[in-house]
Design a binder for this molecule. Sequence first.
Ligand code: HEM
Length: 470
Amino acid sequence: QRPKNFPPGPRILPLFGNLLQLNLANPMKDLERLSKQYGKVFGFFIGSKPAVVLTGVENIKEALVNKAGDFSGRPLDMLISHVTESKGVILANYGPSWKDHRRFALMTLRNFGLGKQSMEQRILVEVSHVTTCLERSVGKKFNTFPQTLFHKAASNIVCAILFGVRYDYEDAFLLSVINMITDSTKIANGPWAMIYDTFPMLRGLPLPFQRAFKNFDKLKEMSCNMISQHKKTRTPGQPRDFIDCYLDELEKRGDDPSSFHESQLVMYILDLYLAGTDTTSNTLLTAFLYLSTHPDIQERCQQEIDEVLQDNKCPSFEDRHKMPYVQAVIHESQRVGDIVPLSVFHSTVTDTKLMGYNIPKGTLVIPNLSSALKQENQWKFPHEFNPSNFLDDQGQFVKPEAFMPFSVGPRMCLGEGLARMELFLFLVCLLQRFKFVWPEDAGKPDYTPVFGVTLSPRPYKMDVRLRKNN
Ligand code: HEM
């Protein structure tokens, strides 16, 4: 039954709630339709569980920023929370353990050089490997743009930070990790997860959602092995990577009762890996899809890059301040790419109110970030790829408040700084060296993304050519 004064929404069916009224393979259109019908804050039911959808920049900010204390929990009784045991940081509930771990990650990323040269160097090393791969594709007829190349590169950057290892792009271990994660995210995002979440009595049955648990058991085992190896080779007080830092912290805390524990680290590593790989690589794929199909925009970026980095100088992250157009293109790629359209689900940690409605404790909160990224009164060109969305009349870079691909509030993405650095250095280095061309025989580009935990562009082909100045 709908709680008293709960946000309006479609009629609830027994047992299923509103599940049968949503296209689970891609609910984005249904959410848009429901918000037009019931308002920008509307409620629906997953089985018997209440959920609210927040549409538009004002409502998302009101809940996640102004009422952050009430809206920053995570769902506790879903497949994803059970698979991850709510450990680590992404799915940890809002409380001291989450806070401690979040602070630790931000501090460690900073100590490892975010904002300093060392992180840039790590990223540039990876860029040079991608460059070598792309050089091999130059001049080949009908060459396929390597879809997985960015994925492996983003994965290597996170691996270097977490455990100081870089894998060859064909490495069997790396490929098996990627396969297991792809399989698990497909399950987590599909109907089997919904069945698991809606009907607790079915959870013990040998249904496909059990594969997500099996995959995660294997991933946790790998994570444990990595920690054991570190224990054998580390020098306390001289951390080489994230794992060493955490082990130092564990020792520092000694017998103090605290949330830091090796079992947290096991999940924490997987968290950062999962959060940092698909997101960045899908954004890069989106950027190159639009750049290859908008040669005028690509050329304008190259012109700016050539002017700032004369004689093909290697870029640094600081150079972004001198490249407003490139910055605008990167942000516009994030806006249209809409990589995490429904954020990571939140939940209310107490009974609360939003826009005059009652929202009970434990309600699933779905911030529709996509709605803000395409909100009609917030963007000059909400429905087209146009860098002018991020440029003022003088051609200077500006960031409208509705730009929230990393979400907002205390739970917003903690890897934003790293992602920004990666996006800038990859884009600038690759555009400096190559021209990306949509092949004549590739037909009309299809920009409709594939829906998943993250949105990704449909696989596409692209010709890679060396630029004349190289
Ligand atoms: C373009 C790239 C990225 C995008 C678009 C993105 C987007 C997001 C979004 C929308 C959230 C959910 C925030 C919320 O619940 O309100 C999130 C959370 C998170 N992201 Fe990212 N992310 C990106 C890259 C990264 C990277 C590179 C890392 C780190 C290696 C990372 C680590 C995390 C973590 C740990 C959380 C959970 C934060 C928490 O619950 O406190 N992300 N990200």
